[in-house]
Ligand binder design. Structure first.
Ligand code: NDP
Length: 511
């Protein structure tokens, strides 16, 4: 029987001391990276905790200067960063560029906006018991944030989450995926060269046991990965009453309405499903098309898909679909396609893995699908695009919401007013209208899943405030000797309070 992906023993579970890193596009070994064992993780967190006050004391301006140096470092080392991502993920170079641009933008965004997101806020109250008090909330960093990242976007989904945590004054200890530690090690070089105080920002390569140790030590855990592992991480954090934020799996739907501009709809579907070879949490994994547009839409999607090139990315324009990064994922993709075919679906293009070297699955369009099939219910995380005909919007909304996941959905239509109304009925954390996935790049827009797709959000004010604790302060600048409500109770005092409540609420009554 196949072992579920999340239960496979990892190198650190097996007690191995190093991680062989392979290029998924060639099978060639790129490096052997030492594993961080649990004792070393504890030492790393201890060091991070000791260093955090110095980092906090730098203030927003000081941290902004370090981020500016980091940005310059990234720009100076652009090709090395992009080459490293391409090498260990096997993704198309263009997709690595998106990661690079995200990272440069994130450093600027969080440096610029952190003070406003975290500012001290005045609070007012109508309660007669607190009249005259000054009240405000202020924010403190949580301390050490542990970031556990996946392999699909080694820069975005790991370092992208570290930056707001650092901007808020926390230390960060980051564990990259065992499949893709090289980008993390390159970022270690960036950290050393950019003025981060020692220990404030650490990268600890390793696998499951390293991640578990980090989740057991950090003051906050930011996790991106599978729902099964996310649940374990949150449970462990909860045992210590430590908060966590989880960005997990998805089964994102695209709804194409009958009035949709066809070219746009086709491009949204193909890009949304096949970007990063479908290895994106916000990939379009199922499409519902209103009947009048269905045939034409399917024909055009097939034509465009057949134009995409698959293979080893050797430079710009050499491959649209890169490799399948994570070895077991190829089986999942294959099983989902096979299960659909076994239950009566038709594969229009693609449908079986390419011969090696390297791990490649061609972009695959499937029709005649329904919700009894795994490809419509479970996360595939690969380049598949199952398309289903629907009679009307009501049916589409019901089917989109018929999922344990709730990450994101897209709608293509000329009627954006209708799209907004549909969006409000979808049980998902984010909706794009006439767009796909680009909302992720708008750092001011919070992004996070509902239901089994996660807890909490990244990006926007909520995406940085989660890395802080709130403290409320009430100051009585002009205290009386005694307030009217204090003990021992005096009837006159409480009668006065009741009169005040009447007055404050616009009600006048005779005594
Ligand atoms: P996991 O959720 O297992 O791994 C994500 C990260 O958590 C990795 O760094 C992993 O380490 C680490 N980890 C594993 N076990 C633990 C643990 N018990 N405690 C703490 N950290 C742990 O995802 P996989 O990489 O195994 O991928 C499985 C599935 O997850 C995919 O098929 C896909 O469906 C989904 N996925 C979703 C992503 C998203 O963006 N939401 C991204 C990637 C995958 P290591 O890799 O070193 O074992």
């Amino acid at each position: 029987m196949a072992v579920p992906i999340e239960d496979r023993p990892t190198p650190t579970d097996r007690g191995e001391e190093s991680l062989p890193v392979l290029d998924p596009a060639t099978g060639e070994q790129l490096a052997d990276v030492p594993v961080t064992d649990p004792a070393e993780v504890r030492a790393a967190v201890k060091l991070a905790r000791a260093a955090q006050p110095t980092w906090l004391a730098l203030g927003f301006r000081g941290r902004r200067a370090v981020f500016a140096t980091s940005r310059r470092w990234l720009l100076d080392n652009r090709d090395r960063v992009i080459d490293t991502i391409v090498g260990e993920t096997g993704k198309a170079r263009e997709e690595a560029v998106v990661e690079f641009v995200y990272m440069v933008t994130a450093l600027a965004y969080w440096a610029r906006t952190a003070p406003a997101h975290l500012r001290t806020r005045r609070v007012r109250s109508l309660s007669p018991f607190v009249l005259g008090r000054t009240m405000y909330t202020r924010r403190e960093p949580v301390g050490v944030v542990g970031v556990i990242g996946p392999w699909n976007n080694p820069l975005v989904n790991s370092f992208g989450d570290a930056i707001p945590a650092l901007a808020a004054g926390n230390s960060v200890v980051l564990k990259p995926s065992e499949e893709t530690p090289l980008t993390g090690l390159l970022m270690r070089e960036m950290i050393r060269g950019c003025g981060y105080p020692t220990g404030v920002f650490q990268v600890i390569p390793g696998a499951g046991a390293t991640g578990r140790a980090l989740a057991d030590e950090a003051d906050f855990v930011m996790f991106t990965g599978s729902t099964a592992t996310g649940r374990k991480v949150a449970a462990r954090a909860a045992e210590r009453l430590v908060p966590s934020s989880l960005e997990l799996g998805g089964k994102d739907a695209l709804l194409v309405l009958a009035d949709a501009p066809l070219d746009r709809a086709v491009n949204v579907a193909v890009h949304g499903a096949f970007f990063n070879a479908g290895q994106t949490c916000t990939s379009i994994e199922r499409v519902y098309v209103e009947a009048p547009l269905y045939e034409e839409f399917v024909t055009r999607v097939r034509e465009l898909t057949e134009q995409l090139t698959v293979g080893r990315p050797d430079g710009f324009g050499t491959a649209d679909i890169g490799a399948v990064t994570y070895p077991p994922q190829l089986d999942v993709i294959n099983e989902h396609v096979q299960d659909a075919v076994d239950h009566g679906a038709r594969v229009l293009t693609g449908g079986r893995p390419l011969d090696g070297p390297g791990r490649f699955y061609p972009p695959t369009v499937i029709v005649d699908v329904d919700h009894s099939m795994r490809c419509m219910r479970e996360e595939t995380f690969g380049p598949t695009l199952p398309i289903m005909k629907v009679g009307n919007v009501e049916e589409a909304v019901r089917l989109i919401n018929d999922s344990e996941y709730g990450l994101q959905a897209s709608i293509v239509t000329r009627d954006t007013r209708l799209a907004r109304a549909i969006a409000a009925r979808l049980r998902v954390g984010a909706v794009t209208v006439n767009d796909t996935q680009s909302n992720y790049l708008a750092l001011g827009l919070p992004m996070g899943g509902w239901r089994q797709s996660g807890l909490g959000v990244r990006h926007g004010g909520e995406g940085i405030r989660k890395y802080t604790r709130i403290q409320s302060v009430m100051v009585n600048k002009h205290p009386l000797r005694r307030d009217v409500h204090m003990m021992p109770f005096r009837p006159s005092g409480y009668r006065f309070v009741l009169r005040l409540v009447d007055l404050l609420n616009g009600r006048l009554r005779s005594r």
